[in-house]
Ligand binder design. Structure first.
Ligand SMILES: [Zn+2]
Ligand SMILES: [Zn+2]
Length: 132
């Protein structure tokens, strides 16, 4: 097991690395995640912020404050979601967009959250514990 993971945006301008262990891997079915990602739900690896660093492309990252406690970071060039911060749920942590991980990393979601807001066409994976 490697002790870090790395990832990048689609165009490659932004590269990041994060030291493991992570705190949790989760799928979020909230309305905000759905509209911000454009997908049925979002998949994140939550890790203490101090374990995260941008390796390149700091100037290519834009931030969007989606709500008082939730901000999203994305690549200005390609629009890929890099991360988000949710001070409400995991203060001092960063949520890394799982789809951007390029290193070897086998970590299925351990919990799924906000399932009561799931898109009605989504069938929940009952093997993942619901935590609301
Ligand atoms: Zn990019
Ligand atoms: Zn969400």
């Amino acid at each position: 097991m490697k002790n870090s993971i790395s990832g990048k945006c689609h165009c490659g301008a932004v590269e990041w690395t994060a030291v493991l262990p992570h705190t949790i891997a989760l799928n979020c079915h909230c309305n905000m995640c759905r509209s911000l990602s454009g997908a049925d739900y979002s998949s994140w690896v939550v890790i203490p912020s101090a374990q995260f660093s941008i390796r390149s492309g700091q100037d290519d990252i834009a931030h969007y404050q989606a709500s008082e406690n939730f901000s999203k970071s994305f690549c200005k060039n390609c629009g890929s979601t890099i991360s988000c911060v949710n001070d409400d749920k995991f203060p001092g942590h960063i949520y890394l967009a799982k789809g951007g991980i390029t290193s070897e990393f086998d970590m299925p979601a351990q919990i799924q959250v906000f399932t009561e807001f799931k898109a009605r066409w989504v069938t929940l994976d009952e093997s993942i514990p619901v935590f609301n």
